[in-house]
Design a protein around this ligand. Structure first.
Ligand SMILES: *Cc1c(COP(=O)(O)O)cnc(C)c1O
Ligand SMILES: [Zn+2]
Length: 454
């Protein structure tokens, strides 16, 4: 099926449009961009997506991203033509999104106070590079390939660089990644190097690395694969498609994500806006976005904790002054984001405006949790035999908090996204070495074990 695709500014008072085969991060007035499709996809595609699960050795059916290619067809190809798919679509041999779908986790449900049949967690860490980033990186690299790009760049708290480097190396594209020195998980740094990327260490935090990288990219005209790239946001919609398909396209009451740069928040919002507009869903799930207490810009602004003004999308008329005042206050007070969950240690979420749009459309909520609560959340996921990293622990921790506040009811249907798998085993070991931690099982010496059983 052919679809006319283009890029459009998200500001309702601007709405500048650009062709699909142009690379830009903003419109010429500095607003973020959306990828748009002119036609409404047929609901009968639901059956096509389901049938593709029997993939018949077609990697674009095997892929949990490209199985839904008709809904992200910015390459405007004939989606039934294998040869055309092969010519355009970037995939790690069908591996992205292949193993992630909602799972029931009874111990997590009990811990957070939900009915065990109502809580689902979707481990996006079970992607080839170990995080949800692969969903959007497959599409960003597809766009880069459409434009014949030879080199991509990103700033990263770790997982973006791992994913970018993985796809770039497999496609023979150069990859340069800017990371905050000493503030990314060792396993993530190892992956970027393993996949042959040029790592550039920045003295500063992620926000600094992003600014520096964007400046470098501008001067060298490089292709940027951070989530400010609207083609990343397109691929990440597949996370929601998989969750919805699993629930027979009956929307849950809640979708819960950790909040960092707010790429997922933006993507889920856009995905739901489209599906609702197309009549594919009748009900809109509410988004619950969970910040770390030590990196809580969205929580602070959205809930009116700064200057008493609650920041809203407000149909596109965002109180930009409030954001400016808060960032100036952070600079003046030297407030730096601080959390062990480095994946969400972000002070200036690059997708803040798109995130606000998503929260408005879904009547969303924003909560914050402490590092301690995230550790317990991460640990209890482990007790169900699933693996996730600390930032993903914000999801069970946040659901627990929203349950205690009765914002989420025990029989609401909740899908929480576990964004990445564990790449810093030292965090886990330290947790379990501390017998005071709620789920700690501290290793014991064999000789002491013998003593106790006498
Ligand atoms: C990148 C990342 C996040 C933050 O993602 P956003 O959607 O941009 O807020 C959260 N968790 C993990 C594991 C990540 O890698
Ligand atoms: Zn604009």
């Amino acid at each position: 099926m052919r679809m006319e695709a283009y890029q459009e500014c998200i500001d309702p008072a601007c709405r500048l449009r650009y062709p699909i085969d142009e690379f830009r991060i903003t419109c010429e007035r500095g607003h973020a961009l959306d990828v748009k499709y002119a036609s409404t996809p047929s609901k009968s595609l639901k059956d096509v997506f389901y049938a593709r699960r029997n993939h018949g050795n077609n990697i674009y059916n095997e892929s949990g991203v490209w199985r839904f290619r008709d809904l992200i067809n910015f390459a405007q190809i004939d989606t039934e033509e294998y040869e055309e798919c092969k010519k355009y679509l970037v995939s790690l041999d069908g591996a992205e999104g292949r193993l992630s779908k909602p799972f029931k986790m009874s111990k997590v449900a009990e811990y957070v106070g939900m009915d065990k049949d109502c809580l689902f967690l979707q481990p996006e860490g079970y992607n080839p590079s170990g995080s949800f980033k692969d969903n959007g990186m497959a599409t960003a690299l597809t766009h880069a390939k459409m434009l014949n790009v030879k080199k991509i760049m990103c700033a990263s708290t770790g997982n973006t660089s791992a994913s970018a480097a993985m796809y770039a190396s497999n496609e023979g594209i150069l990859c340069e990644v800017y990371v905050p020195r000493g503030e990314i998980a060792i396993g993530k740094l190892g992956q970027a190097l393993q996949f042959g990327a040029q790592v550039v260490e920045v003295d500063g935090n992620f926000d600094d690395a992003l600014q520096i990288m964007l400046r470098e990219a501008k001067s060298s005209n490089a292709y940027v694969v951070n989530s400010v790239n609207p083609f990343r946001i397109e691929g990440q919609k597949a996370i929601v498609y998989r969750a919805l398909e699993y629930l027979d396209w009956n929307p849950p009451d809640w979708l819960v994500y950790p909040g960092g740069a707010l790429g997922n928040t933006s993507s889920a919002g856009k995905c739901l806006m489209e599906l609702y507009e197309w009549g594919w869903i009748k009900k809109v799930p509410r988004l619950a976005i969970i910040n770390a207490e030590g990196a809580n810009t969205l929580y602070t602004l959205y809930n009116g904790k700064f200057n008493g003004r609650a920041l809203r999308w407000n149909k596109g008329k965002v109180d930009l002054e409030l954001i400016g005042e808060y960032y100036a206050y952070m600079d003046k007070q030297n407030i730096r984001p601080r959390t062990d969950a480095t994946a969400i240690q972000i002070g200036r979420p690059a997708n803040l405006l798109k995130g606000l749009r998503a929260l408005e459309f879904t009547n969303g909520v924003v909560e914050q949790v402490s590092d301690g609560e995230m550790y317990d959340g991460m640990a209890v996921v482990g007790l169900n035999g699933f693996d996730c990293e600390l930032a993903s622990g914000a999801v069970p921790a946040g659901i627990k908090k929203l349950r205690e506040m009765e914002v989420i009811k025990s029989d609401d249907i909740v899908v929480g996204i576990l964004t990445g798998r564990q790449k810093d085993p030292n965090l886990v070991i330290r947790y379990h070495m501390d017998a005071n931690r709620r789920f700690a099982v501290t290793p014991r010496a064999y000789k002491d074990l013998k003593k106790d059983t006498k």
